[in-house]
Design a binder for this molecule. Structure first.
Ligand code: AMP
Ligand code: MG
Length: 490
């Protein structure tokens, strides 16, 4: 008799969040999505997380809260935060549950978080649900950022249903199974400091063990941890700026301690280059405008560091405060180095040349004053299509000044190598708002083919895919077409 062994791996759990003090979470089962139907499944991630063929077959049940894992009791996390610069008090997973912590093939522990899973003690005025529109936006954006090599949450899949959920209009309910290396937010520390300060030392110790184990070897692990969080966040923000991503709601409860993008709401990818661009139409002050992201991250980290102060001995408090402030000094150089190096790569300029950064700024100035498409313009530069760029400029002198400097810098360099780098880092495809919108509108009519098309396209953003692409993937909508309004409601 022959047995057919399933050589696929078996999902391995590392259920550690529930080791923490029970004040930090509430264990409860998801409320399943009624009449759930398949939306889209990211089988590659399921494979990386070692799902068995049986689990893969049950993905709709898992991604709609009907099936949970015996090895993990689902839980909602409590946290707090500053929203739009104001202390917001207690927050928490109001509609999402951690339903598993599992090992990635690489050995890293990945959280499985089911979004739209029903009311929790932290739902406040919300209904515990997520709508198809925002679930698709989160699904595609996480996938797009990961493919662009920007640290970010991702998702295994999403489901949809006829169950109505009220937002500005009645929309379709949906659920998303999100993956992230970390769901511990800056706001977790704010909650502990405010409501359960006795938990701070142990919580911090766990964060270090789980997410910054190398800091345990440092002379002062807490400071090494703080420095790690600051540097990772600075690097993430540099990556956002380079691909033209605006998060939209950089509240302290929406940034995690590993510096990977979390909680997609009214985000957007930059089209026509406008540094003061605000994609979130509820952000009237422009607090979270594209150009403010570095300074907002710095502000958030400063708020966060204040919550570490009680970890010092009373007699060392002043020294410790100074040491924490010194950690924050790492933010700007880390950001600037990553941003400058990245910008030089995008432009095909050597980062060691003294004029490269200025040349990059001159290019961005052209894009800004001529309202050119950010992604498309780097591609034109990469293709040496200077004429097309120039033809789109009203102020050709400004463009010529840039181009002269550009050629001067590249003159004695290895152009082939620089051009190859440009091809490696400049995406052909980003998730433009109108692309996501098209996929959403079709999905709301029960047709997921556009989600599938974008999913495939955005999996390889640096590679031209003529058979798959549509003309509108490559450029912004004409400037006389009204912009798509992206609101906070999700
Ligand atoms: P956000 O700004 O979208 O990250 O949400 C802020 C807080 O509101 C988080 O604690 C969310 O869990 C909660 N929240 C957002 N939408 C809902 C909803 N529909 N039901 C319950 N809680 C929600
Ligand atoms: Mg949030």
């Amino acid at each position: 008799m022959f047995f057919i062994y399933d050589f696929a791996m078996i999902m391995q759990f590392n259920s550690r969040y529930s080791d923490l003090n029970a004040k930090l979470y509430h264990q409860q089962a998801p409320v399943p999505l009624k009449g759930a139907k398949a939306g889209h499944f990211n089988e590659a991630i399921a494979d990386e997380l070692q799902w068995t063929s049986q689990e893969k077959q049950s993905w709709v049940d898992i991604c709609s809260g009907q099936k949970t894992f015996d090895a993990f009791k689902p839980l909602a996390m409590v946290y707090a935060g500053h929203q739009f610069g104001q202390w917001a008090g207690q927050l928490g997973d109001g509609r999402g549950l951690l339903i598993g912590q599992v090992l990635h093939r690489s050995g890293q522990t990945i959280d499985l978080h089911l979004k739209g899973a029903g009311l929790t003690p932290y739902s406040r005025m919300g209904d515990g649900r997520a709508v198809l529109r925002s679930v698709i936006r989160e699904y595609l954006a996480g996938h797009a950022l990961n493919s662009l090599r920007v640290a970010s949450s991702n998702a295994i899949g999403f489901t949809t249903s006829e169950q109505g959920v009220q937002r500005e209009t009645l929309e379709q309910g949906a659920m998303l199974l999100r993956t992230s290396d970390c769901h511990i937010r800056l706001g977790h520390f704010e909650w502990i400091n405010q409501y359960a300060p006795e938990l701070l030392a142990e919580f911090t110790q766990k964060c270090i063990e789980w997410h910054y184990p190398e800091a345990l070897q440092a002379e002062h692990p807490i400071l090494a941890f703080a420095e790690g969080v600051i540097k990772n966040t600075a690097k993430m923000i540099a990556d956002w700026q380079l691909v033209g991503f605006a998060h939209g709601v950089m509240n302290t409860d929406n940034l995690n301690i590993t510096g990977s993008t979390l909680d997609f709401g009214p985000y957007g990818f930059m089209e026509r280059f406008r540094p003061n661009w605000i994609n979130n139409h509820s952000d009237h002050q422009g607090r979270y405008a594209y150009q403010n992201q570095p300074s907002i991250a710095h502000w958030n980290l400063w708020i966060w560091l204040n919550n570490l102060i009680p970890l010092s001995k009373p007699e060392d408090k002043e020294t410790f405060k100074k040491q924490l402030a010194d950690c924050l000094e790492h933010f700007e150089p880390t950001f600037l180095t990553a941003y400058t190096e990245g910008l030089c790569k995008k432009l095909g300029l050597p980062d060691f040349h003294k004029d490269s950064f200025d040349c990059g700024m001159a290019f961005l100035k052209v894009l800004q004053s001529e309202q050119l498409d950010y992604t498309q313009s780097f591609l034109r530069l990469q293709n040496h299509d200077y004429k097309a760029l120039r033809d789109d400029c009203l102020d050709t002198r400004q463009f010529d000044d840039f181009l002269n400097l550009y050629h001067q810098i590249r003159e004695h360099q290895d152009i082939t190598a620089l051009d190859q780098t440009m091809c490696d880092v400049n995406p052909v495809y980003i998730l433009r708002n109108h692309m996501a919108q098209q996929a959403i509108e079709q999905a709301e009519r029960g047709d997921f083919s556009e989600v599938e098309r974008l999913f495939t396209l955005l999996a390889k953003p640096f590679t031209r895919q003529p058979a798959l692409e549509k003309e509108q993937d490559l450029a912004p909508l004409p400037s006389d077409v009204p912009e798509i309004m992206v609101s906070c409601s999700s």
